[in-house]
Write a protein that binds this ligand. Structure first.
Ligand SMILES: [Zn+2]
Ligand SMILES: [Zn+2]
Length: 100
């Protein structure tokens, strides 16, 4: 089936542009992790941006800003591919793009 493709390359961090070792990150975690996998809403992140840095996306307190960036970009990629905000909200249960 056709998957949504986020702009991402293995070996290049989606957030900071670091070139080197990267890890795969699912843009939507928890109960939506499987949906991220299914729709290809994944990016490659360097290890500090992913897990160990001060603003790592898996840092529950300080990662919220970076998580939001990935949520928004993933939703935009999904909508560009499927052409519908309604479908995104149907699948993921909320809208990330009008929250600021
Ligand atoms: Zn990075
Ligand atoms: Zn991750």
């Amino acid at each position: 089936m056709a998957k949504t493709r986020m702009m991402t390359r293995k070996g290049e961090c989606y957030l900071c542009g670091y070139v080197g070792q990267t890890e795969e990150h699912h843009c939507f975690g928890g109960p939506n992790r499987k949906l991220s996998e299914h729709y290809g809403l994944k990016v490659y992140l360097c290890i500090p941006c992913h897990r160990t840095g001060p603003n790592a996306v898996h840092d529950s307190k300080n990662g919220s800003e970076n998580r939001q960036i990935l949520h928004e970009d993933a939703q935009r990629a999904f909508e560009a591919h499927w052409g519908s905000r309604g479908y995104f909200m149907e699948v993921f249960g909320r809208n990330y793009l009008d929250e600021e």
